[in-house]
Design a protein around this ligand. Structure first.
Ligand SMILES: *[C@@H]1O[C@H](CO)[C@@H](O)[C@H](O)[C@H]1NC(C)=O
Ligand SMILES: *[C@@H]1O[C@H](CO)[C@@H](O)[C@H](O)[C@H]1NC(C)=O
Length: 292
């Protein structure tokens, strides 16, 4: 009798324990539903690109990261470089048809597990890449080896590419320097001999940079170019436009920009995985004072 009651209680206890464990068990840290960035409210149907910047005192960037973030280039540290006001931090993007969820670094890291977020473009793209690193890093406890450059390159490097790994999430957030998105090449010296004396380089409108094969397979790809498509960065710097083996010293810059985007588009159609996200940024406010 005694024994049976004890057995029943044990079974109940076990059952209760099992139920408690099932309820209390933290959600498995594994696979978030893909794709990334899907809006919770509207199933992803909102056009986030259609909207406006609104002033919002609560949208305070310092709560996300400060200028002590180790991934910020010295040149991008506005306050340290003497910027007195901080009003530029209080803006929020408001899409027309829906609300953007507030940025949540932990959630983004969780959704981005085993993924690659790739930025390729000019220095404004690098700026965005650095911001993304700092925003995500705010949810990673400090400690050696949790965030590192895949092949040990210093963050101060401004050539080629950098790939920062968030080790706890097997996520890489990468930046490829490609200010015009197409290849900027040294001009073959044999051609220089034949009269093209002031030509130093060629913007090859039909060829992507050498590292572009690494853009393929990114889960999120953010391409940016725009500010370099001006006379100072091209013709006045000795960089002429080239298609195939033909150098064209009279190509209109807008026409060249258009041709380069066709090259990017052709690549994008052929190389990219269909389930990845592609963003393209062209002109935006420049980050230089007195810039052109
Ligand atoms: C880490 O992520 C890459 C994709 O970026 C994937 O190919 C690889 O299998 C992942 N590794 C593990 C251990 O999940
Ligand atoms: C050079 O570019 C101009 C303007 O874009 C075009 O009209 C011309 O045909 C091009 N010349 C050559 C040799 O491709």
């Amino acid at each position: 009798m005694h024994a049976r009651r004890a057995a029943v209680s044990s079974v109940l206890l076990l059952l209760f324990a099992a139920i408690s464990v099932l309820t209390l068990l933290p959600r498995a840290p594994s696979p978030p539903p893909r794709p990334f960035l899907r809006s919770r409210a509207d199933g992803g149907r909102c056009d986030y690109s259609d909207g406006a910047w609104v002033r919002d005192a609560a949208a305070d960037a310092p709560t996300v990261y400060g200028e002590d973030c180790p991934f910020l280039d010295p040149g991008f540290q506005c306050a340290r470089n003497g910027r007195g006001d901080s009003s530029f931090r209080h803006w929020r993007w408001q899409p027309r048809g829906c609300d953007l969820p507030r940025f949540d670094a932990r959630e983004m890291l969780e959704r981005s597990r085993n993924g690659r977020i790739v930025f390729a473009g000019d220095s404004i793209g690098r700026n965005q890449w650095e911001s993304m690193l700092c925003m995500l890093a705010s949810a990673v406890p400090s400690g050696a080896g949790r965030i590192y450059e895949r092949s040990g390159k210093p963050i101060s490097r401004h050539k080629g590419y950098l790939s920062m790994v968030f080790a706890d999430y097997n996520l890489s957030v990468e930046y490829y320097r490609a200010p015009m998105l197409v290849m900027i090449d040294r001009f073959p010296s044999s051609s220089r001999a034949s009269g093209a004396g002031k030509v130093k380089g060629a913007v090859r409108l039909d060829v992507l940079p050498r590292h572009a094969d690494r853009w393929a397979g990114a889960d999120v790809l953010v391409l940016n170019t725009g500010h370099w498509w001006n006379e100072h960065k091209t013709i006045k710097a000795g960089n002429y436009f080239m298609v195939g083996k033909r150098l064209n010293v009279t190509t209109d810059i807008k026409e060249a920009f258009r041709l380069s985007l066709q090259t990017v588009r052709r690549w994008e159609l052929s190389a990219r995985l269909p389930e990845s996200y592609l963003f393209f940024r062209s002109y935006s406010p420049s980050h230089y004072r007195y810039s052109i």
